[in-house]
Design a protein around this ligand. Sequence first.
Ligand code: UD1
Length: 428
Amino acid sequence: MRERFRVVGGARLVGEVTVVGAKNSALKLMAVALLAEGRTTLTNVPAIADVTIMAELLRRLGVGVEYVPEENRVVLDVPATIGHRADYELVRALRASISVLGPLVARTGQADVAVPGGDAIGSRGLDLHAAALESLGAKVHVTHGYLVAEAPDGLRGAEIRLDFPSVGATENALTASVLARGTTTIDNVAKEPEIVDIANMLTSMGAQIEGAGTSRIVVHGVEALSPTEHAVVPDRIAAGTWAFAGATTRGDVEVVGGVADHLRVPLGMLADAGCTVESTDRGFRVAVRDGRPRSFDVATLPYPGFPTDLQPFALAYNVVADGSAMVTENLFEARFRTVQELARLGAEAQIDGHHVMTHGVPLLSGAPVESSDIRSGAALVIAGLVAEGDTLVSGVHHIDRGYPRFEVALRALGADVTREPDDALDFD
Ligand code: UD1
């Protein structure tokens, strides 16, 4: 059944909200578990639909998966022999499925992973993933919609340089090289906290890795890895979402479990714009004590720059903040679907190539809007809180992919947001 959120405008979010482990780490760590035979346990796993899809993908590879969302735990029983194919059906539903590529080639000498189709946030190639595996000695080709990587005699250490610090390509290069013969250096890698989380888990499994979190990772290959127990790193994008939610609604929100250090750039910008940003014993807090904070320019960049996944929230913030500002998207094409929906709420925002110019208005005007992906959907809900009247946000299944029970967390902060059937006409 299709669902939508009914957002009653005029709420100032006040109180505390807890963030758990990062979606973008948990999914990859589940794939990392493939590298060792035996029982691996992940804790602090978010209760979201994407984990269920990844669990199904791993089951089809022969892994026993026990997912207990209420306890934020996944237990993976990896057999001695595993399959090597990730079906299109699942990869299409979950692009992060391509993170099984590295572990499968390393562990079985073969991976057949469907090439993800069109993506709602611009074209995202796999060329860097393929080049990294080829450097490690795999033969890679695309056939019948599948990227096939073969290394029947195992991978061997190599010097790899990524043309761009892609998160996904860094992960696959890292997970492929841990069992390779000899030493691998990977230059120009992504430095995201999720990469460090993967390296930490791999290290606890017996891998030898130096430099995670810097631009150069060095891996000394080992014969085999052992299963482990690992807690997923806190979700910096969820934490950043709540930071912007507090600022945009001119509220006062403590983000319990949030790591301010992982959000230095966005939190610094909010502080410079007139919001109160402080560390607390349990995380951090963002508050607007008086008046209307100022808008600010944003340009998305690889970590530690401003995260592209927070760009829709910067837009929702700027369209109600004081002044004009420019938001620039440098990582993905076509990631501005939020803009036309914000315009339906009365926002003043114009797209010009990969820039959006905004001019803040004090109050938006509630209307039906459509979410096109996880982050734009959540940003539209937040914008609806700063609108006069009701905003109906359809496409709730997108939001559910990234935020466990988003409406429940919002209600705990004083918002009036309810989930209801979406009775919109469907001509598909
Ligand atoms: C991950 C995150 C996503 C986030 C992004 C950037 C997950 C599941 N997703 O996506 O939420 O927005 O990082 O922080 O973790 N590229 C190529 N060729 C490649 C690989 C990437 O051209 O082989 C390009 C992409 O088209 C894109 C840019 O590099 O323009 C960044 O992509 P990448 O860092 O790989 O993002 P993902 O790992 O897909």
